[in-house]
Design a protein around this ligand. Structure first.
Ligand code: HEM
Length: 506
């Protein structure tokens, strides 16, 4: 039989097309996203990985998009449907956390709760925080909210008639609350030193590090991380070791059943030099906390509980100053429900319907953690797309809370939208409204955070009327934010208070 003669150029073309087809057909079908460069992928788009940048990209690519940052896959999720897929349907796969070199080092190799992967250790830390540290039964934290709000009202009353930097005021307030809840009221003297340590930690968490994306280029260290990381951690060691030693000495001396316990006391009940976890046992026997665990958890509480609450309060006041009719309505409600001859009490809260809507609308427009970070533990599929194990998943609550398919006029501050029957709540089952996240990794400090936010806000609104300084108009207020772990106002809100109550404020 004659063999078929194929000319050599055609033979090569067919072979090449076959190879290309095979490569193409075996290529994973990732979610859509911008094309990247060889090796560095989409790293030149690094500055777009903010809540606003990702929301813009979502307009072009949809609710789930894929970026390649060096060797790591990044998935950004910006729609309620995709958030539900990640945080509910496949929560068991997406409950790990991605960790950078800086995070791993500063959390003593992730022996905290917020940056730990989803594992038996994390489960025990979560139990410890829900049952002990952030529990409503632990009176010290809730007392510290009330006391520190009282001193804030007092200092504001003293400044009445002059411009008050509300941003600084509320950031100072939440530092005081959490500092006292964590360390007790005795250690206040060293607070400034501690705030400096926190500020350096914040910078280090946010610093760009090439080694996180292309590990073999770790020797390129323009931010000086190789020296700054050890320096920051030793500063924290010196600071908290002293506090732990003081608490240990105090414990030995006094066994007072009625003494108020701060978070360090609470954790020292589980203290053991070589902390380890045994999941089969009950809480008291299962958890052994080392000094590193205690320090790392304290930092979780500091980062989780200060900027989040403070930025929420500042944004609420900002939106109200920009929307005078809403400010008038919430203050009128306070005058009707509480009156002007006494201060607000906790029992008044349930009657403050519009005030609660103001809180919700603020958390919708300005979720204090605009983007939360998860990591997939294995290969999976979402909406038919391939998501490789180990992908970094960014859930963009900012974009989700403003999704125009779920919210009318989504960028407008309109608290009344929450008066409607069936309006979404933030407890985690309405995926179009996720200020506290949802699922396994949702916020364990929600109750305490809301309590602090509501207490501070309600007293500032009930005790004072507020005017913008120097003839400024509501529309002149700058609405820019800065993206980090949280997204506080870029330019602080300044306003002039005038006392409004008939009773004394201090
Ligand atoms: C208005 C106040 C607050 C808001 C809006 C908020 C929001 C959040 C969000 C969105 C997450 C991540 C959820 C996810 O990954 O899917 C989170 C986690 C966390 N929050 Fe909060 N938070 C607030 C207050 C607090 C407070 C007061 C504390 C502690 C005192 C706290 C401690 C934590 C911790 C430890 C985690 C990590 C949980 C884990 O990884 O398992 N938060 N929070």
């Amino acid at each position: 039989m004659d063999s078929i003669h194929i000319p050599i150029p055609i033979y090569f073309t067919i072979s090449l097309l076959t190879v290309l087809f095979l490569v193409w057909s075996r290529r994973k079908h990732f979610p859509p996203g911008p094309t990247g460069w060889p090796i560095i992928g989409n790293m030149l788009m690094m500055d777009q990985l903010t809540h606003r940048g990702l929301a813009k990209l979502a307009e072009k690519y949809g609710g789930i998009l894929h970026l390649k940052m060096g060797f790591s896959h990044t998935i950004a999720v910006s729609s309620p449907e995709m958030a539900r897929e990640i945080l509910q349907v496949q929560d068991h796969i997406f409950s790990n956390r991605p960790a950078t070199v800086a995070i791993t080092y500063l959390t003593y190799d992730r022996v905290d709760m917020a940056f730990s992967d989803y594992n038996p250790f994390w489960r025990q830390m979560r139990k410890l925080s829900v049952m002990k540290l952030f529990s409503r039964r632990r009176a010290e934290s809730w007392d510290s909210v009330r006391d520190e709000v009282d001193s804030m009202v007092k200092s504001t009353a003293i400044s009445s008639g002059t411009p008050v930097n509300l941003g600084e005021l509320v950031f100072g307030l939440t530092h005081d609350i959490i500092y006292r809840a964590a360390f007790g009221s005795t250690s206040h003297d060293d607070k400034e030193e501690f705030i400096k340590i926190l500020q350096e930690y914040t910078k280090l968490f946010g610093a760009f590090n090439l080694a996180d994306f292309i590990p073999w280029l770790g020797f390129i260290d323009p931010a000086g991380l190789n020296t700054r990381l050890p320096a920051a951690r030793s500063a924290l060691d010196r600071f908290i070791d002293k506090i732990i030693d003081e608490h240990l000495r105090k414990e030995k001396k006094t066994v007072d059943e009625n003494a108020e316990n701060d978070m360090v006391d609470e954790m020292l009940a589980f203290y053991c030099e070589d902390g380890k976890v045994n999941e089969a046992e009950d809480l008291q026997n299962a958890i052994k906390l080392s000094r590193d665990n205690i320090k790392a958890i304290i930092m979780d509480v500091m980062f989780g509980g200060t900027e989040t609450v403070a930025s929420a309060i500042e944004w609420a006041l900002t939106e109200l100053m920009r929307t005078p009719e809403a400010l008038k309505r919430v203050q009128q409600e306070l005058a009707n429900v509480v009156g002007l001859d006494r201060r607000v009490e906790e029992s008044d809260f349930e009657k403050l319907t519009y005030f609660k809507c103001v809180v919700k609308e603020t958390l919708r427009l300005h979720p204090p953690i605009p983007v939360s970070l998860h990591k997939s533990s294995e290969d999976t599929k979402v909406a038919g797309y391939h998501i490789p194990g180990g992908s970094r998943v960014m859930v963009n609550a900012y974009a989700i809370n403003r999704d125009k398919n779920y919210w009318d006029d989504p960028n407008t501050f309109n608290p009344s939208r929450f008066l409607k029957d069936g309006a979404p709540d933030f407890k985690g089952s309405n995926y179009e409204f996720l200020p506290f996240g949802s699922g396994r990794r949702s916020c364990p400090g929600m109750q305490l955070g809301l309590y602090a936010m509501e207490m501070a806000l309600v007293h500032l609104l009930h005790c004072f009327t507020w005017e913008l300084p120097d003839g400024m108009k509501p529309s002149d207020i700058d609405m820019g934010d800065v993206f980090g772990l949280t997204a506080p106002k870029a330019i602080r809100l300044v306003a002039v208070p005038t006392p409004r109550l008939l009773c004394a404020l201090y």
